[in-house]
Design a protein around this ligand. Structure first.
Ligand code: HEM
Ligand code: HEM
Length: 234
């Protein structure tokens, strides 16, 4: 298994290196479990906010909404435990495992590459740059539209959950303060829902970028999030 250091060393000796191990197993496993949990959260959350106006039959024969809320809360716990595990891995994992938590904002070269990537995505630049981990633009977007946003969804989600679990529950004691801080239950619901739409916008752009880069950037993307290895093409 080649580290980035080994690769640079090999290249210094004139050997061409075409693949490198980037994303460790916990990051990959987390990525796909998190994507599934988020899909369930977005679909069930959508219906929590826009419930079907009526259900046929006796009320006591129906538990559809109970199932929708149960699926939301079950996926929410998977999402929350996943995020905690992912934060742990940022401490013990490799350099790339830290990328979605730490932005090198004082590095001018990094910023210039953010804008290079922006021009590349806009089809202005014609030559793709190669990156072992996330490209600077992806890193910036993941930080704001995943890391920060997911934290906001956890805080607002558990605060709303605390309303149901009741005063004095751990959800209420840890996150209850979020509701008055945001101006009330209605505002917390609305912001939680707005967060869902922002997250879904990120997901659509993210999947588009992953497929586009897989085809255009001369390096593997989607298979890298499956196997862990980045392949470079000429
Ligand atoms: C990024 C992940 C999440 C998404 C996309 C999401 C989405 C949504 C949406 C769209 C709603 C409906 C809001 C409304 O219009 O009233 C909702 C409600 C809710 N969510 Fe989430 N949610 C997420 C994470 C969480 C988490 C981590 C929890 C924590 C347990 C949670 C708990 C709740 C609760 C308690 C409600 C209100 C249920 C009700 O009033 O019946 N959500 N969610
Ligand atoms: C709810 C859906 C999804 C979310 C929230 C999401 C989120 C993320 C996040 C946060 C990362 C950074 C991983 C890390 O460093 O820990 C990432 C990486 C990645 N995701 Fe997703 N993802 C989703 C779905 C998908 C899908 C469907 C694909 C495949 C088409 C995909 C392809 C990738 C790839 C290829 C990378 C690595 C990109 C690179 O090497 O720079 N993701 N994703």
């Amino acid at each position: 298994m080649l580290s980035q250091q080994d690769m640079l060393e090999a290249e210094r000796h004139g050997r061409q290196v075409r693949s490198i191990y980037v994303y460790e197993a916990p990051v990959r496993l987390w990525h796909w479990i998190n994507a599934l949990a988020l899909t369930v959260l977005a679909v069930t959350g959508y219906f929590i906010g826009q419930p079907p106006p009526t259900m046929p039959g006796e009320a006591s024969d129906n538990f559809l909404f109970g199932y929708i809320r149960f699926a939301h809360f079950a996926a929410a716990y998977i999402f929350a435990v996943g995020i905690l595990g992912r934060i742990y891995w940022a401490f013990v994992g490799n350099h790339h495992a830290k990328q979605i938590y730490l932005l090198p904002i004082t590095n001018a070269q990094w910023w210039s590459e953010v804008f290079y990537e922006l021009r590349w995505y806009l089809f202005i630049e014609k030559t793709p740059k190669k990156y072992v981990g996330h490209n600077p633009m992806a890193q910036l977007m993941m930080f704001f539209f995943f890391t920060l946003l997911a934290t906001g969804m956890l805080f607002t989600g558990f605060a709303l959950y605390g309303e149901g679990a009741g005063l004095g529950s751990w959800q209420d004691r840890l996150f209850g303060w979020v509701i008055p801080a945001l101006g009330g239950s209605m505002q917390t619901h609305s912001l939680h829902r707005l967060g869902m739409w922002i997250m879904m916008t990120f997901v659509m752009m993210h999947v588009y970028a992953a497929i586009r880069e897989d085809i255009m950037s001369r390096q593997s993307l989607i298979s890298t999030m499956i196997s862990g290895w980045r392949m470079f093409k000429d």
